[in-house]
Every structure is written in C-alpha cells, then in structure tokens.
Design a protein around this ligand. Structure first.
Ligand SMILES: NC(=O)c1ccc[n+]([C@@H]2O[C@H](COP(=O)([O-])OP(=O)(O)OC[C@H]3O[C@@H](n4cnc5c(N)ncnc54)[C@H](O)[C@@H]3O)[C@@H](O)[C@H]2O)c1
Length: 256
C-alpha cells in the first residue's frame, strides 16, 4: 500500500528500529511522511531509515527514558524537518514472568521509565510545537496487558495501565489545542519482544508463545507489526479527526 495520507507531515516514531515501531515508520514513510526513527539501537535505526524512500527517514539515537536525550531528539527533529505533526511512543521493554518478591527495584524502575515516563518526556517536549501549529496527533502504544493482567507481569502491566491513563489525562488536557491523544493496545505480537516475556530456554520460549500467547487470542493467531501500523496510520491522519482519548485494542479479541 502506498498513498498520500501523511504528505508533508513529520512523525517521530520511538522504538522504530524493531518490531511495531519499524512497521509504523515504514508505513508512515510510504504515505509520504518524514519519519524520525528514535531508538536506543542506533545501528538498527539507521538501517531501517535506509529502507525508507529517499529523504523520508532520519535516525536519531535516543534513550526515551532520559530527559536530556529526549530534549535532543525534539531539537534534532525540528532541525531536520521543521515540524512535529505526529508523535508515536512505541519504544518499550518487556518483563519476563517474575514473582513480585523477586522483582528488583532496578527492574521496576527501568520498566516504568521506558514504558511510562518516556511518554511524559516526549510529550512535554513535542507539545509546545503542536500547540504553536494548533494541531497534533500523539499515539501511545500501550498493551492489552494494561487492561488485562497476566501473572508475573506485575511491573509491565502497571507501566502500561499508567500509560493508558496518562494518555486519557493528556487527551482531555490537550483537546482545546486540537492535539489528539490516543492509545493502541496490541495483543501478543510476533516481534522480537514476545519471547522475552517468558523465562526459559529456546524450546520453552517457543512452547510458551503457543501455549500462553496464541491460545489466549480468540482469533487464534499472533498480531503482526503491520496490524499495529495500520491502526497507527488511522490515528495519525484526519481519518480520525474526531477521535481522542480512545483506547483501541488491536489484539485479536484478547481483551474481550
Ligand atoms: N510484542 C508484543 O507482544 C507486545 C504486546 C503488547 C504491547 N507491546 C508494546 O509494543 C511496543 C513495541 O514493542 P515490539 O514488540 O515492537 O518490541 P521490539 O523489542 O521489537 O522493539 C522495541 C524497540 O524499542 C527500543 N527501545 C527499548 N528501550 C528503549 C529506550 N530506552 N529508548 C529508545 N528505544 C528503546 C528497542 O531498541 C527496540 O528497537 C512496546 O511498547 C511494547 O511494550 C508489545
């Protein structure tokens, strides 16, 4: 698919070096957007940028959990393309199943920082520019785990639940400025992250994907990164101009 839905728009996509972020970056660029690929993994982000149409991708090494790094990301975006129309917060870290008494403070802090604090940081730096333009779309990739818990994913579920509520709070706060804030909750998805939710060797991880994840999806299959990209495209464009504060489960029915 290739079109004009994001012609002359600039989108920041965090976590764009892999999985869903990569699929979002590719689809947005195919639809005409300039895409800033913000990821901790610079090498992989550069490689994805090179796959995009000429001049449409610009990789920026970013730690979304770090205030200085996020400030630099927004500065570099404005220098490269002069605008921020769409912000997709997709970067995230998983949690291997861990009993609460074994979860370390460092693990808790890291998961909450990358999955939740990052939304606060990117939003606070991007919003002044969106307010100036009188328009913007912010899309936060949370998780079906933010509304439907699994045992042992304590910090991860908390991080995504908080991301959802933060998004709603921002949607109501930013509506007067025509800045829309929406959430996508992916279900279990076929990306490098999925196996990392399971503790064990390769065979146990493969078995777990089938027994734990595929079997929990009523439609009987894993979500593809492209499924998330299509939903993000809808939320990024004027096709969804009256939609804000929405939480869209793209999950094969897992959240029912
Ligand atoms: N895969 C799933 O089953 C699933 C399900 C529901 C929600 N999600 C969420 O979807 C989002 C995308 O996940 P994915 O499956 O594509 O994962 P992925 O592991 O394929 O990609 C995540 C990307 O985020 C980047 N990243 C991690 N920490 C970062 C940081 N501090 N700063 C910048 N970049 C960082 C990684 O380098 C990687 O490129 C995440 O927020 C994840 O929590 C995933």
């Amino acid at each position: 698919m290739s079109g004009q839905l994001l012609q002359e728009k600039t989108a920041i996509v965090t976590g764009a070096a892999s999985g869903m972020g990569k699929a979002i970056a590719k689809l947005f660029a195919d639809e005409g957007a300039n895409v800033i690929l913000a990821d901790l993994n610079k090498e992989a982000a550069v490689s994805v940028a090179q796959e995009l149409p000429q001049g449409k991708g610009h990789a920026v090494q970013t730690d979304v959990a770090d205030d200085t790094s996020v400030a630099a990301l927004v500065k570099e975006t404005l220098e490269a393309y002069g605008s921020i129309d769409v912000l997709v917060n997709c970067a995230g870290v998983p949690q291997a199943f861990t009993p609460i008494e074994e979860l370390t403070l460092e693990q808790w802090d890291r998961i909450l920082s990358v999955n939740t604090k990052s939304i606060f940081l990117t939003t606070r730096y991007a919003v002044p520019h969106m307010k100036e333009k009188g328009k913007g779309s912010i899309i936060n990739i949370a998780s079906i785990a933010g509304i439907r818990a699994r045992p042992g994913l304590n910090a991860y579920c908390a991080s995504k639940g908080a991301a959802i509520m933060l998004s709603k709070a921002l949607a109501i706060e930013l509506a007067p400025f025509q800045i829309r804030v929406n959430v996508i909750n992916p279900g279990p998805a076929e990306t490098p992250m999925l196996g990392k939710f399971i503790n064990g060797d390769e065979a146990e991880v493969e078995a777990g994907k089938k027994d734990i994840f595929i079997s929990s999806v009523p439609l009987g299959m894993l979500i593809q990164p492209e499924d998330i990209a299509q939903a993000a495209l809808y939320l990024a464009t004027d096709l969804s101009k009256i939609v804000t504060g929405e939480v869209m489960n793209v999950d094969g029915g897992r959240g029912i």
